[in-house]
Design a protein around this ligand. Sequence first.
Ligand code: PEP
Ligand code: MG
Length: 433
Amino acid sequence: MRILTGQGRDTGAEMPENPILIARNIGPAELLDYGRKLKGVVLEEGSVGSHAAIVARSLAIPLIIHAGRITSEALNGDPILIDGDMGIVHLRPEETIAAAFRDKIAMQAEAQKRYAGLRDLPAESLCGARIQLYMNAGLMADLPSMQSSGAEGVGLFRTELQFLTRTHFPRRSELATLYSHVLDSALGKPVMFRTLDIGSDKVLPYMKPNDEPNPAMGWRAIRVGLDKRGVLKMQLQALIRAAADRPLYVMFPFVTEMPEFEEAHRVLMESIAREQRLGHPMPSDIRVGAMIETPSMAYAPKKFFEMCDFISIGGNDLKQFFFAADRENERVRRRYDTLSASYLTLLDLIRQRCDEARVPVSFCGEDAGRPIEAVTFAALGFRRLSMRPASIGPVKHLIRRVNLAELRKVIDEACEQGVTNLRRPITEWIARQ
Ligand code: PEP
Ligand code: MG
């Protein structure tokens, strides 16, 4: 690890070519430290729903979890092949396995070429529904993917990743410069900046750790922002300054009841007034959004939906709270399917409430990047999905092949028949298209 982080230069040890990191577990901040130097990560513990996994996806680093005994069996310098899609690890592989991997890589390269051919085409279904595909981002290194993937904007910019990569709290001027670069690279496409979402498994290395029994349900996201106003205001000021004469989209994470959004909204409006008084150029337009990540918000007063300029569903958290199943605990996480009738009914309710209030809604959790889930959300009526850039091609490919109105009928009929998990009828129907 010391070699990878550049602290081990004088140990005489050499950084291997295409290094794969093997560890018991890893946090998002640590993974960001290694960055793209790594070609893969194999963990004995870990979870697909963790922020380390999200960071790995955004860095396009294959990550394998639950590789039993790997830390004791692998020796430094051992050859290892990993398949991130299938969750497979081959330690000291034989030549036949290596040849199969080479074939798979060649086939994937072919598929990538096909997806690249769709880049400038709309994600339009056979029934004429147009779905906007946005990308999730959080690092400057993500932004070139905006052009290559054909994303129509950034539907979720996770600002905390910039805080996690530092050893100290960033200064307002540093953040303003960074956000301004993000907007420059977006070339006029919208970027939805989510204010700092720390807490849960996103622990800032330079902040006093909070000893909480259940951090995912603890002091995190907007709860921290409203209690530590100085940090929230500093970030909002940096965003306003960065936008200067350009539109600014700000969204607040983990809103659990309406007054939290009202309060955060008020802090933003005060920050705008302050910046104006100080003579800073104003954003040309300001849109304020909320992330729905707890089931409580599906039942929020109508006024909440009317107050929002846009809404984004954070499905990673929403699903863990809906099923009371920790997103970081593989054992319980996998028990509950995104395509369960009850969860889709909740999503449909949120979508309906947004439509009634005429507020645009998007889905930005990891599920939006899975083609079957993505077309299901589109069939429920979602018209904007935000995902990691590499998923845009596969999702668009499937959307263009299906009739969403027909898929909606399949979903409704299965629900009427009392089917509890819709994965089977949905995948069977897709296979027939
Ligand atoms: C989510 O919860 O779905 C989300 C997008 O936020 P994060 O994964 O960063 O918690
Ligand atoms: Mg979340």
